[in-house]
Design a protein around this ligand. Structure first.
Ligand code: ADP
Ligand code: ASP
Ligand code: MG
Length: 415
């Protein structure tokens, strides 16, 4: 089996969906399973629906219309026959969404989030599947929630590997399956999600459970580059990287691969290809066992919107194990992601990411016991395979607030 994953960027409009057909015609469809994310930036648009449902009811209908019109525009362009069943299927999904919005009595934001956001993937897979069927590629649409079982940690669910493997191994491997990235379901059958950008991880879960030959993620870039082309004007393609190199890059924030994707592949030695969905004759990047990185050049990873916080005890006592363990517990409780740590006798600095908007509450709790000072909106640059030229290139970008070096990896917090 081979797993193909198409992300939001590859199906951002009708042309993108047509391009999926071109990719499949070029690559063949034998023994393939396709994982697809929500179209374009639709997950962000669903987040607006969620926020209006929870807090700003007056915007709810407008935000639903934006998402509905976006999908209707795409299917209008893809399907000439206006009584094609896809028009009803799309309306049915919006009907189900409205049903949830009316009937739901629960107030847990994370639960609500997952029940709503998942429609992005349900819509995209229905549309792509119908379009391929219409163009002589017969597909079988699968609801991934019947296969990937998770705990009930909404918005960041953990996979129940035993149940999931059992379910996935029952798939008929002769068919071309299309399924949703990012989603799963818990033991109550409620939709869960694997964390933003989690569709790469879904592809890896299928590959692991099916002992697949490879995973290919189709991207709008040539492969894994040595820096994000949105922020660096010159970049170079990495032809080969090891799993550990890819894990490190993804962990430090190279958003081209979701960090959880690599481990399930590494454990079964399944290669990951990152390829351009435009340039089908190019090889892109291969992630596999072996040489750390080819060519061996410095790689730059940027994480924006970080908060650099410095913490010291109110009584000026040393910052030692018991305060540190308490601090980590509080950081964990507020789901703040720690990206860099620096400790001295009297103060402890951490660079954190506030994905779930908890920083205000976190700092109020902390102020009861500690002196804190913080700078918001700083950038964290990580340079792998760093050399002095690479480091000074970054340092020229602004004011250095903190710098740390470990074994060829240099991290710089900049304002
Ligand atoms: P998808 O919608 O397919 O998941 P994403 O937009 O999430 O695609 O990921 C592709 C984007 O990742 C690229 O357009 C690029 O801007 C960004 N990116 C960040 N770091 C890298 C890197 N090291 N190499 C290539 N692309 C990168
Ligand atoms: N659609 C989800 C997101 O945007 C998952 C993914 O794209 O991988 O986060
Ligand atoms: Mg993505």
């Amino acid at each position: 089996m081979r797993i193909f994953k198409f992300g939001g960027a590859s199906v951002k409009d009708a042309e993108g969906v047509k391009n999926v057909l071109r990719v499949l015609n070029h690559e063949g469809i034998e023994n393939t399973l396709i994982v697809i994310s929500a179209m374009g930036k639709m997950t962000n648009a669903f987040e607006k629906i969620i926020d209006s449902y929870c807090q700003k009811a007056e915007d709810l209908n407008l935000n639903i219309d934006v998402v509905r019109n976006f999908h209707l525009m795409i299917i209008n362009e893809l399907f000439e026959e206006k009584n094609h069943p896809i028009f009803i299927e799309v309306e049915n999904l919006f009907g189900q969404l409205s049903g949830f919005l009316i009937q739901n009595k629960l107030t847990d934001y994370n639960f609500i989030y997952d029940q709503i956001v998942g429609y992005g993937e349900l819509l995209s897979t229905k549309i792509v599947s119908a379009f391929l069927n219409e163009n002589n590629i017969k597909t079988s649409w699968i609801d991934v929630r019947d296969l990937i079982k998770t705990d009930a940690n909404y918005r960041d669910a953990s996979v129940n590997w035993e149940l999931t493997s059992k379910n996935i191994s029952k798939l008929n491997q002769q068919q071309l399956h299309i399924t949703q990235g990012f989603l799963g379901s818990n033991s109550k059958g409620k939709t869960t999600t694997l964390g933003r950008e989690g569709s790469d991880y879904t592809a890896a879960i299928f590959a692991h459970c099916l002992n697949a030959k490879s995973v290919t993620i189709w991207k709008d870039v040539d492969g894994v580059l040595n820096a994000d082309p949105r922020y660096f004007s010159t970049t170079q393609l990495l032809e080969k990287i090891s799993y550990s190199e890819a894990i490190e890059m993804a962990f430090y924030g190279a958003s081209v691969i979701h960090p959880k994707t690599l481990k399930p592949l590494e454990n079964k030695n399944i290669p990951l290809y990152v390829r351009s969905f435009y340039e089908l004759d190019n090889n892109g990047t291969t992630v596999e066992k072996g040489t750390a990185i080819v060519p061996e050049i410095p790689c730059f990873i940027l994480k924006q919107q970080q908060i650099l916080i410095s913490i010291s005890a109110l009584d000026f006592s040393f910052m030692v194990e018991h305060n540190l363990s308490e601090l980590f517990k509080i950081l964990h409780n507020y789901k703040l992601k720690v990206n860099l740590i620096q400790n001295s006798a009297l103060s402890f600095s951490v660079c954190i990411e506030d994905k779930f908007n908890n920083f205000k509450q976190f700092s109020s709790e902390l102020k009861l016991k500690y002196n804190i000072s913080y700078i918001e909106n700083v950038s964290l640059y990580t340079i792998r395979h760093a050399n002095s030229t690479a480091i000074s290139k970054i340092e020229q970008k602004g004011k250095v607030l903190l710098k740390q070096a470990t074994k060829g990896t240099v991290q710089v917090v900049m304002q």
